[in-house]
Design a protein around this ligand. Sequence first.
Ligand code: SAM
Ligand code: SF4
Length: 420
Amino acid sequence: MGRYHIWTIGCQYNVADSRRTAEGLERLGYRWTKQIEEADLIVLNTCVVRQSAEDKVLGRLSSLKPLKKKHPEAVIAVMGCFIDDVPALKQTFPYVDAFFKPSDVEGLLEFVQTRHPTLRFTFHVLRFTFPVSCYVPVIEGCSRFCTYCIVRLRRGRERSRPMDDIVEEVECLVQRGAREITLLGQNVDAYGHDLPGQPDLADLLTAVHGIEGLWRIRFLTSHPADMKERIIDAVASLPKVCEHIEVPVQSGDDAVLKRMVRGYTVDQYRRLVARIRERIPRVSLATDVIVGFPGETEEQFMNTCKLLEETRFDVVHVAAYSPRPGTAASRFPDDVPQGEKERRRKLIEELQEDIAGEINQQLLGETVEVLVEEKHRGKWKGRTRTHKLVFFEDDGDWQGKLAQVKITWAGPWSMQGELD
Ligand code: SAM
Ligand code: SF4
């Protein structure tokens, strides 16, 4: 039987798509290999959200050219947000056998079956092990118009999956050992508006909450303008839904937010955070920030720093603005020099390191519930309900179990503890 290798870069959506691809390939009888040179089928699952991600994809692709020359029988398939103009891509990368749009897992599996018509789906024991924590896409694409963003151009407009479909998938994942699921969408708060009866994310959380054997539910990414009261209430009232919300602000300056076409003001964002904190005590909050957006002055950048200092997020993902082809912002002058973007990025990273360190220090001596995902360098690794990474040592088998861990050391990115 054939061996496959999947290389994945980018967002959680890609991780989810690669997991589904792997499951499908295993069902067709393929087996995973770590060694790309040994693979009969190589899948690259790509991202182009920033130039740096695209450069990595291009590097990977060019490294496959000599491999294909050496093993012409190896099949190379490329999927994800790198895929735009397929005929042009075919010309530039003639050694790639097929290209698939983001999330077109079915297309890829069909292609594999067409090349090997004797392959049949098998439903006998799957050797593939499911992660304790799985991603489940619930709404594909995005219908917002953030001027910097290429994702919506590559993934298309929003399409929600029917609720029954999602519940069925989660039930299957739980039967195979998953204990935590994260419902995914580029704008997960928009879930359902395009479905008959217009269910919303709160309805979906409630439906999934009823699944026996499922312990924890998460969702991402929220959009500040779409995070309605009902969603906050669902997090507050459904015990399995974890107290962790990822709600990107992108900038702490109204003029920049307007140029980004984000659809809210800094004050509206502040009020949203206040409402979340009021309804969900001890919630942990994560956000994304872009620095060096076209026209961002020092003062506007400082407004972002002020917002971060005042809000004290648990996690901040910060990125230097990168112009992306086809986006509205790519037509704005990219006038913040690269060195200055880097300086701003580092400043926020340093600021956030201090804040996250201080927040996590408050957990010293406390006992937290950790869902253990795997062993990593001799230690058990898992996450708290608030999505904080915790390591502890023990000889027992903790994979997929809930451990009560007393925190003995806390840093900005992770914590260590001992079984309580
Ligand atoms: N849907 C989410 C939202 O509304 O923020 C996130 C989607 S995007 C795939 C993930 C993150 O990449 C964004 O939050 C943003 O910070 C970053 N990003 C997107 N486009 C970017 C660009 N052109 N330059 C730099 N960072 C970018
Ligand atoms: Fe991109 Fe904005 Fe949609 Fe997020 S909400 S995927 S940043 S267009």
